[in-house]
Design a protein around this ligand. Sequence first.
Ligand SMILES: Nc1nc2c(ncn2[C@@H]2O[C@H](COP(=O)(O)OP(=O)(O)OP(=O)(O)O)[C@@H](O)[C@H]2O)c(=O)[nH]1
Ligand SMILES: [Mg+2]
Length: 199
Amino acid sequence: MAEEQVLNTHNASILLSAANKSHYPQDDLPEVALAGRSNVGKSSFINTLLGRKNLARTSSKPGKTQLLNFYNIDDKLRFVDVPGYGYAKVSKTERAKWGKMIEEYLVTRDNLRVVVSLVDLRHDPSQDDIQMYEFLKYYEIPVIVVATKADKIPRGKWNKHESAIKKKLNFDKNDHFIVFSSVDRTGLDESWDTILSEL
Ligand SMILES: Nc1nc2c(ncn2[C@@H]2O[C@H](COP(=O)(O)OP(=O)(O)OP(=O)(O)O)[C@@H](O)[C@H]2O)c(=O)[nH]1
Ligand SMILES: [Mg+2]
């Protein structure tokens, strides 16, 4: 998408929630999926990018988002909020269902242009974070790594945390890495610029 193309990011709404392919929207609009551990800040990322308080549902209760939630942005693109992984209190059966749902979407969805893979800037990536990144690299799905909750650590330590995360992920230096905060909006413009450059 040409960046000069006008995108009214405030013109956004929830379109539908889907458990499988048969419920996905049927058109050619580009989609940006948000993936990451439960509670990492996926829904907050969407709200921040859209300048909305609570369009994408956020909660202090992890594991709340159970379906793929499709958000329409100005009839030009969609965000797809993917349920978070790694929530301990989820049963094995639920976990398997989650795996099938997300894999089906990521592997078969032609509309998908890029996955924003969120990690917590404060911590080393989890095994699930590493697996998600490897999965995306394996399927050659473009990925932007966004490290959230930057407001919770001093700016002087960001670089150190970024390096540690990149090392653990075996980060491909051709990929984008963005330090982000939905509290003070660090990385907001960079996130939009990067997402639009991938459409
Ligand atoms: N300080 C701070 N808190 C954040 C940030 N992003 C999200 N949070 C908080 O972290 C919690 C989880 O945020 P969500 O956006 O709901 O996380 P999620 O990844 O969508 O979680 P699930 O839907 O359960 O997978 C909420 O209490 C948010 O307010 C951030 O950048 N900084
Ligand atoms: Mg969420």
